[in-house]
Design a protein around this ligand. Structure first.
Ligand SMILES: Nc1ncnc2c1ncn2[C@@H]1O[C@H](COP(=O)(O)OP(=O)(O)O)[C@@H](O)[C@H]1O
Ligand SMILES: [Mg+2]
Length: 171
């Protein structure tokens, strides 16, 4: 089995005011290319903690995480995250929020026109072309989540990490 993402003996212990708190204890997971994996568990069981580790936003207390045969050492455009809390920049429009990510990833090699085209296509994909020039405060929770999905898809990541991405769509 060719594994693309691997989580090997990963533990995550947080230092808290009440002492160390073990959020993940010896987690192992192997994901192949093209595989679609859902992490299911009660609130607080460690789903976001594991996603943050794969995203490279946190370092594990022990164990290793691997993506495409390299140890995950930090965030990268190969792994895009759709955050549970949207994480959109409030002073940017929907278009600008997506464009910012597109610019970071493709800005060095592509024309501004092409970057704008990529941004528009991603917003179109989540049916938000009409809201391009709106600010996050002017759109619903579900729409914000879709901007986050557009932003993640727009950078053509190898791995798409989504933290409870569908719940707000139901609102
Ligand atoms: N930075 C942190 N410091 C201390 N405890 C944390 C931290 N992040 C998460 N936790 C705790 O770890 C557990 C798992 O959290 P989380 O991964 O967010 O759960 P969920 O499965 O709901 O996404 C929870 O008990 C949470 O309180
Ligand atoms: Mg969570």
């Amino acid at each position: 089995m060719e594994k693309y993402v691997a989580v090997e003996s990963v533990s995550q212990v947080f230092d808290t005011a009440h002492g160390p708190f073990t959020a993940l204890n010896n987690i192992n997971l192997a994901i192949r290319k093209g595989e679609f994996v859902s992490l299911i568990g009660h609130s607080g069981c460690g789903k976001s903690t594991l996603l943050n580790l794969i995203a490279g936003l946190n370092k594990p207390s022990s164990g290793v995480l691997i993506c495409d045969q390299r140890e995950i050492a930090g965030p990268g455009p190969d792994r895009a995250m759709v955050f549970q809390n949207h994480s959109l920049l409030p002073w940017y429009t929907c278009f600008q929020n997506v464009y910012l990510a597109v610019e970071r990833v493709f800005g060095a090699s592509e024309t501004k026109a092409r970057l704008r085209e990529r941004t528009a296509a991603a917003l179109e994909l989540v049916d938000l072309a009409h809201a391009s020039s709106k600010y996050p405060r002017e759109i619903s929770g579900g729409m914000k989540q879709r901007v986050g999905i557009a932003r993640a898809l727009a950078i053509e990541p190898k791995v798409l990490l989504m933290d409870e991405p569908l719940a707000p769509w139901m609102r």
